[in-house]
Design a protein around this ligand. Structure first.
Ligand code: SF4
Length: 238
């Protein structure tokens, strides 16, 4: 088998041929906005978490206003995102902790290397490795590929890594990740996972990766892709 970097680059090119280069906002979002949006996106779809984020932004002029807000009120504002109790607790805790440090900002991670920045972010309640790595990719433009359930499933099926959990996949996948392609690789793989390489009945018959995929249970009968689902919350925070 070819080395991991070569396969990642080949997968990236095939996905770009199929889906194009994913759209990206020209201005990087504020890291704290991005972290809050990513907390809202946990275990729900992008449309609902986007609505919850917009609800927060239109109700509060600044994150400072959350300091004196009751958690239960925040829970009601973000209810559409699901798991509102946990998410409102995580957001309230994040704002409170940052305030204790003296500034409602994540600018302090900008000068850190990737590992240290992730370590700092996962120190906040409700922030895991996936959420932290999204801040690095989408708000700091680091060449880091976050691993959600779609990325975990697809890279393991293709055979790029062989790991049991998303966090282990993240560590293995990101060792010497090819320069400059993390955003397109991550975004297009999510689209592949949503539309074609689904958890059950993957659409191997229409998959652009079929020739290099090592999955042994390919579903060649499936000749149609699912509904086009391009909207990505984290490229629309701002
Ligand atoms: S060939 Fe099938 S299993 Fe492999 S990535 Fe494509 S859809 Fe997934």
């Amino acid at each position: 088998m070819k080395n991991k970097q070569t396969i990642i680059s080949a997968v990236n090119e095939l996905l770009i041929k199929k889906f194009g280069i994913p759209r990206r906002s020209k201005v990087l979002p504020n890291p704290l906005d991005l972290l809050i949006a990513t907390i809202l996106s946990q275990n729900t779809n992008d449309n609902n978490s986007y609505k919850a984020f917009q609800n927060l932004k239109s109700r509060y002029k600044s994150w400072e206003e959350l300091l004196s807000e009751k958690r239960i009120v925040i829970e009601n504002v973000i209810r559409v995102a699901g798991l509102a109790k946990q998410k409102s607790g995580a957001i309230k805790n994040l704002i409170t902790e940052l305030n204790k440090r003296g500034s409602l900002s994540l600018n302090f991670i900008k000068g850190l290397d990737n590992d240290s920045a992730i370590e700092q972010l996962i120190g906040f309640k409700g922030v895991g490795v996936k959420t932290a790595s999204c801040v690095l990719l989408f708000a700091l433009d680091r060449n880091v590929c976050p691993v959600d359930t779609h990325v975990h499933r697809t890279v393991n099926r293709v055979g790029i890594v062989s790991e049991k959990t998303p966090d282990k996949t993240f560590l293995e996948l990101n060792k010497n990740f090819p320069e400059g392609i993390a955003h397109s690789f991550h975004t297009n793989l999510i689209r592949l996972g949503r539309e074609i390489c689904k958890p059950t009945n993957p659409g191997c018959g229409v998959c652009p990766l079929i020739k290099l995929c090592g999955y042994t249970d390919k579903n060649l009968k499936m000749k149609t892709a699912g509904k086009k689902r391009e909207f990505m919350l984290l490229d629309n925070v701002g």
